[in-house]
Design a protein around this ligand. Sequence first.
Ligand code: ADP
Length: 646
Amino acid sequence: MNDPSPRKIEPTQTLFENFFESSPDAIVVTDGNGRITNVNSQVERVFGYTRAELLGVPVETLMPERFRAAHPSHRGSYSDKPSTRPMGTGLELYGRRKDGREFPVDIMLSPVETSRGAIFLSVVRDISEKKRAEEKVRQSEGQRQEREALRQANAYNRSLLEASLDPLVTIGPDGKITDVNAATEAATGYASATLIGTEFSDYFTDPEKARAGYQQVFREGFVRDYPLELLHRDGHITSVLYNASVYRDENGNVAGIFAAARDITKRKHAEDSLRQSEQRLSSMLEAVRDYAIIFLELDGRVASWNKGAERIKGYRAEEIVGQHFSRFYRPVDIANGKPDRELQVATSEGRFEDEDWRIRKDGSPFWANVVVSALRDASGKVSGFVKITRDLTARKQAEDKIKRYAEELKRSNQELEQFAYVASHDLQEPLRTVSSFSQLLARRYHGKLDADADEFITFVVEGATRMQTLINDLLAFSRIGTRGSGFAPVACEEILQIAKDNLGVTIAESGAMITHDLLPALVADQTQLTQLFQNLFSNAIKFRRREEAPRIHVSAVRQDGAWHFSVRDNGIGIAAQYFDRIFIIFQRLHGREEYSGTGIGLAICKKIVERHGGRMWVESEPGTGSTFHFTIPDERRNYDEPNPRH
Ligand code: ADP
């Protein structure tokens, strides 16, 4: 049947039903008790129930269980003041499907008055899509913020990188540079744009080693202080130590290497020159043969050993390094704690010096000069010692020998003097008898025997007299050392005057002229000093040249802690070959007929000078004159105290 007119239905009802069914939203109708009285097909779709299943059940069936208990009271308060409004403003509302799945919803509640009482329309909209869209927006905002944070962090990292004076570089897993800082540009001479994307190892003197380095980083995660040499574009080289580690992406996969190079060129130079100078020093120490130069640890163990030490002490380095240095000491010194004491003194005073016996490896002793100095570290703490030893055994032996000789000489001289004194003294007595009786014989029997007898007696008398003179001279000579008087301050000019007075007649007869410079006062034996000048004056007068009156001049200068006297004459002079001989007792250059004397004068002079601690010698030119020199120290410690009077 063809029905051209629309179905005749009650307009309002039809409209509502049309709207109800075609609404895109799910609409649930409940009665005053909250029971479902109707649902549209959207409800079936959205909630997964059939209409039949829902009719008559409480509306809470469509809610998640956790909201169900509280809902009836909400419902109650709503029906007291019903109005059309969104439900649960400010709350997150959820629907619950038959299969239990929940989904976010908006709900619009409208009360409707009907003849059968109030009913409620709940228009339910699934807002999952909307929520997802919102979430997306939120997420993308979060990502934006994250990106911003990342950008800031990157900028921060970049400025950190750039602030570093060390060349920093990041390298990809393929070994290609992914980023560099300015310090790397400076060290290589290339711009970052050039560097990035190129092979990292190409910028080193030893690319193989550089590759091995970053392979090690990939393998082990890091390297520390990996030494390499960066090659600058202009050819110069920077010695660096690399510290590198891998960095990872957000999934924990290795993304590359971060490598930091420390420029150690300066340090290397310093180290090189230090090493060089250390080498120089140690080879120098090593080569020194006359000194044992050894380093000791703080506790006295030997730390180093040179050739000299080996030569002097007999140990080779490998035998002795690590041993305590006390083994170079005699058992008695070890027992007395000497080795440790030396280190203590070196520690407190900085230095210790000693001369004593030490022991070689073979047990033989040697006389050592030892200097121990404390070595201090940068903080001033003693860190060890350097010990320098010289073997002075030969010198010591020579000194000891000389000392022994000197003592022997002194003793034999004393014995000789004693002998000469005793002999001359004791010989005088019988000689006096011979002399006086021969003189008596000569007086009484002269001319009464024959001519030969007279001559013989004369010889005996003369011989005895000469012998008396000699013995007197000898006695006088021996008395210089044994019978001298004490030392006292004396004025030389006074002494000169006394000597001149004693020689008054001789001077007058010869017409001698004696002059002098300003002369000092000395501590001396006055009598002997007088005799000294007197002997020299009388010789100068005796050995004068016939054609000239004797002229004698005395001068004195201060020299090396002594007064140096010169007595110059204008006499006959002495040939150079006799300069020493004339000072020997009884040695003369002339016969008695020519010049009187016994040859004792200068021997006595020399002995007097030596007793005063000085020296005596002569300078002369035959035919012109002689100058007799002698020194008298004015500090008396250099010579022996005069012997006490007998
Ligand atoms: P003597 O005067 O008894 O000979 P000396 O010991 O005084 O003994 O002198 C030793 C020798 O030195 C002298 O014999 C003389 O030959 C030489 N002699 C000493 N003094 C002088 C002098 N002033 N000029 C030259 N010859 C001198």
